[in-house]
Write a protein that binds this ligand. Structure first.
Ligand code: NAD
Length: 439
């Protein structure tokens, strides 16, 4: 196995060759090809692996070997892999992380690190057994504004943090997309408190340097799903967007045929595994929530109040962190609104282009002093520029003190799992009780 500090490019294999994995395939065959080599692909679906190999050949490189999921361990050996990049559905992350660690390798995993307690235990045990490195792709840490917020808090400008108030809004374009496919099944994704909020819980842990100890949560399906659709007069009588006349006029219906990318990655791949990417968001069978409120207590004594909704007219977030000397407030509009009408800027019905009207404001309010607006630089590209900086860090190898490890992945996940348990029981949940330890 090659060690982290060697100068020859590390050999990477990607498992889970869906939409998100394209960022890593493009980086390793394009922008970061001198820093890392893509040497193999693995998935349950050969059509999707072929789409990734087209990205490889379009970059002027030879296609890389492809392996079915059952041949994952054989691939690691045959292709002399140094590090695995896990981009499968959340429920399966732990299997691949543990197999990579047990083969003596490192693993980068997309968030959430895993979707359940059993997966968390297995990853922690494998990491302790092997000493391998696990990195969790919390790209929001790499967003320059989020880093600036952390630096400000660490500088002591607001003193000791007592409370965090955090509201995250997913709009009708992005929010709805979690209700069309595997994310809508809680056993696959852990629900949005695990799948999505793990980003946000990680940010809070990292910003205030704390670990969660106790969680209370309410959550419900308010907007999506068949009953809510009927109640709000939004339900369309169709199972999926593709080839459904009844879906034609529904702004929530995804028409994959409008998009060559979605067609290649999903429609053309359906015959292999029956994975349908475009289910009716007002159809039956949804087991996740779309409206969640959470209270979290931390080992430092700080408290968080958090709210996530997945049916908002705009996308962005509001954060207020109050300490013993003052308060920091960050207001971020990522997408001002979306329009469902198909036109040149919105070629794919059901996936309207966001009207990108990013605006951000960071304000410092010190005790007894007027508010002070702090100049900020919002990054370019997805996730406030976080993706690009994260790739530089992952493949450039620089230790920037940000790289989230298995402990960070676990602390973010535990907040979401405790919140899910609290929704089920109606009572607060201590993390120690969830883990069965005295942590
Ligand atoms: N950090 C971010 O901003 C961000 C954004 C999007 C997605 N993600 C994460 O990336 C991961 C993938 O999401 P996506 O949107 O690309 O999903 P996707 O459905 O497009 O891709 C998932 C892939 O996993 C494959 N797969 C399913 N079960 C498998 C198994 N047992 N073994 C091997 N392959 C299997 C599927 O065939 C598919 O190709 C998720 O964990 C998600 O949370 C992160």
């Amino acid at each position: 196995m090659q060690h982290v500090n060697d100068t020859t490019p590390r050999r990477y294999a990607i498992v889970g060759t869906g939409s998100r994995a394209r960022m890593y395939t493009r980086a390793l065959t394009g922008t970061h090809r001198d820093q890392g080599r893509l040497v193999a692909l693995c998935d349950t679906n050969a059509t999707r692996m072929a789409v990734h190999n087209r990205i490889v050949t379009e970059a002027g490189l030879d296609p890389v070997p492809t392996y079915s999921a059952s041949d994952f361990t054989r691939m690691l050996k045959e292709e002399r892999v140094d590090e695995v990049i896990v981009c499968t559905v959340d429920r399966t992350h732990a299997d691949y992380i543990v197999a990579a660690l047990d083969a003596g390798l490192d693993a980068i995993t997309e968030k959430p690190m895993t979707a359940d307690l059993d997966g968390l235990r297995r990853i922690n045990e494998a990491q302790a057994r092997t000493g391998g490195r696990v990195t969790v792709g919390f790209n929001y840490r790499y967003n320059p504004v989020h880093r600036q917020l952390r630096d400000l808090i660490a500088s002591g400008v607001i003193g000791e943090v007592g409370s965090v108030h955090f509201e995250w809004l997913l709009d009708l374009r992005h929010g709805a997309d979690y209700f069309r496919r595997w994310h809508r099944d809680k056993t696959q994704s852990g629900g949005l408190l695990v799948h999505k909020a793990s980003h946000h819980f990680d940010l809070v842990n990292w910003w205030i340097g704390a670990r969660p100890t106790e969680v209370f949560s309410w959550g419900r399906l308010f907007f999506y799903g068949d009953e809510n659709g009927r109640r709000h007069g939004l339900a369309g009588d169709y199972e999926r967007g593709h080839d459904s006349p009844a879906a034609e006029a529904d702004p929530f219906a995804l028409h994959m045929g409008d998009s060559p990318d979605l067609t290649a990655l999903y429609l053309d791949a359906e015959h292999e595994d029956g994975y349908r990417r475009d289910l009716n968001v007002f159809g039956p069978g949804i087991t996740i929530e779309d409206d969640m409120s959470v209270l979290v207590g931390y080992d430092t004594g700080a408290r968080l109040s958090y709210h996530l909704v997945a049916y908002a007219p705009w996308e962005g977030y509001r954060i207020a962190i109050t300490g013993s000397r003052g308060r920091l407030e960050l207001d971020m509009t990522e997408f001002d609104h979306t329009s469902p009408h198909q036109d040149e800027s919105t070629p794919v019905r059901g996936m309207p282009a966001p009207k990108d009207n990013t605006s951000a404001r960071l304000v410092l309010r010190r005790h007894w002093q007027p508010a002070e607006e702090i100049p900020i630089a919002v990054g370019e590209g997805p996730h406030g520029g976080g993706d690009q900086v994260m790739l530089d860090s992952l493949f450039g190898g620089a230790d920037d003190g940000i790289r989230p490890d298995h402990a960070d992945g676990g602390n973010a996940l535990l907040t979401g799992l405790a919140a899910n348990a609290s929704i089920d029981s109606g009572a607060p949940v201590r993390i120690a009780d969830l883990l069965g330890t005295d942590r």
